[in-house]
Design a protein around this ligand. Structure first.
Ligand code: FES
Ligand code: FES
Length: 156
């Protein structure tokens, strides 16, 4: 089985898997990272989003071979229970999650936005989250949470 090497949450990682496998299948399967969720499987919902470099991409629609040598960040690499990312703290403070199924992908989209635009407007946040579906209808709270995190990250 060929091996594909990339940096996963800051750690050099080799995975022995079919290079045509989706990145999502490799993450949730052999790499045992179940934070990125399977929703539509067709690049339509954002539940599986991960960062490749500083861009959010749908891992379900990204072949493993295409991330060789790249930096991948999953929700597991964004923060932890002991050291949450400001976005994670803000989502809790704004009570921006209900069932939570969409949230790992939404946090990744928001983190990619803040990397590219540390002072987004509400419209910027809405545009960045436009392709992330949330069946619980938490979008307005999520926008508030992203703006709150941006303020916190900007504070000296
Ligand atoms: S599961 Fe990947 S975009 Fe929906
Ligand atoms: S919080 Fe339930 S789908 Fe978004």
């Amino acid at each position: 089985m060929p091996s594909v090497r990339f940096r996963l949450n800051g750690v050099e990682t080799d995975v022995d898997a079919d290079p045509d496998l989706s990145l999502l299948s490799a993450l949730r399967g052999p790499l045992r990272l179940t934070g990125p969720h399977f929703g539509c499987g067709a690049n339509e919902c954002g539940a599986c989003n991960v960062m490749v470099g500083d861009r959010a991409v749908a891992a379900c629609d990204t072949p493993l071979w295409s991330v060789a040598g790249k930096d991948i960040t999953t929700i597991e690499g964004l923060g932890s229970a002991d050291a949450p990312h400001p976005l994670q703290r803000a989502f809790i403070a704004e009570q921006a999650l209900q069932c939570g199924y969409c949230v790992s992908g939404i946090l990744i989209s928001a983190a990619a936005l803040l990397k590219q635009n540390p002072k987004p407007t509400g419209e910027d946040v809405k545009a960045a989250l436009d392709r992330n579906l949330c069946r619980c209808g938490s979008h307005n709270r999520m926008v508030r949470a992203v703006l709150r995190a941006a303020d916190e990250m900007e504070a000296p």
